[in-house]
Design a protein around this ligand. Sequence first.
Ligand code: SF4
Length: 322
Amino acid sequence: MCDNLLDIKDLYVEYVSVKSLGDVKQTVHAVNGVNLSVKRGEILALAGESGCGKSTLARAVLRLEDKKSGEILFNSKDIYKLSKSELKNYRKSVQMIFQNPYSSLNPKMKIIDTLKEPLDINTNLSEIEKYNVISDTVKKVGLDIDILNKYPHEFSGGQRQRIAIARALVLNPEFIIADEPVSALDVSIQAQIINLLRTLKKDFNFTFILITHDMSVIRYLADRVAIMYLGEIVECGAAAQIFASPKHPYTKALLSAVPKLSEKSSDRVLLSGDLPSPTDLPSGCKFHTRCPHCMDVCKSCSPSEKEIFEGHFVKCFLYLNR
Ligand code: SF4
C-alpha cells in the first residue's frame, strides 16, 4: 500500500466570476500548479491568508470544484476518473467539517436526523445499528445522547461544532478536511474543540487536512504544514522544522504575525499591500509585489521548488543556488 493517501499533481483550478457592474466576466486563478501529498494518518495544515486558494483546493479534493488540469489521486486512483459507484464510496471516505456551525446544520432537522442522514444514504445498517453508531459517536465528541431529540438552535456554537464533527465521523471516514474549524467560535471554546480534534484523530485514526490561517492552532495540531500564497504552495515541511526555521519570506511574515510575550516590535515582518487579486496574478514570483527581499529576477521568472532539507520544500530564488 502506498504511504500517501492523497497525491495532488500539478493541479490548476479556475472559475469565472461575474462583476455585477456591466456584467464583466473575469477568470479567477484560484489554484495554480499545486503539488502536494498527504501521508496516511498525518495531520497536514494548509495555511495562508483568506483568498489564497486553500478552500478551493479543499473543494477540488472533495470533487465540488472542477479542475482545469492536473490530477488528484486518492489511494492511487484519480478521483476525476471514478465510476459512479467508486465516487459514492469516495464521498463516504472523505468528509468535511465546515467553519461555521451555525450555517452547517439544518435548523429544521433534529440532531438525530442530521446524524442519521449520511448513514441512510451510504450504508445498509439496520435502524438499531444506526442508532448505536450515532450514540457512540455523540459520546465520543463529548455530548450526551439527550441532544438527539433537540434542534440546532438549542445549542451553543461549541456544541454545534461538536455535532458537526459527529456528523463527519458517523461514516468512519479515512480522510477529513476541516476548513477553519474553530475560527467562528469564542476563544474560550476554541481550545476545547482543538483538543477534541486531537483526541478524535487518535480514536478514529483518520488522515486530516486542517485549513487555517491561525498559526498557533497549526503549531499545536499539525505534523506537516503547507503554506499557500495566490494558489501556489510556497513552502512545505514538518511543522516542527517550519516553526523552528521558516525559509520563505511569506512564511516568515505569517509566523511573525503570531503574538509572543517576549517579542520586540523589530522582530515583526510586516508585509506591504494586500493580497493581489487572483483574477490578475503578478508575473514572476507571485509574492514579489510584497516581498522585502525582491530581486529583479523575481519580477519576471517564477522560482521552481527546491528541497532544502529532507521533506522541506521551498519556492524562492533565495534558496535555488544553495
Ligand atoms: Fe521574494 Fe524573490 Fe523569493 Fe519571491 S523569489 S519570495 S520575490 S526573494
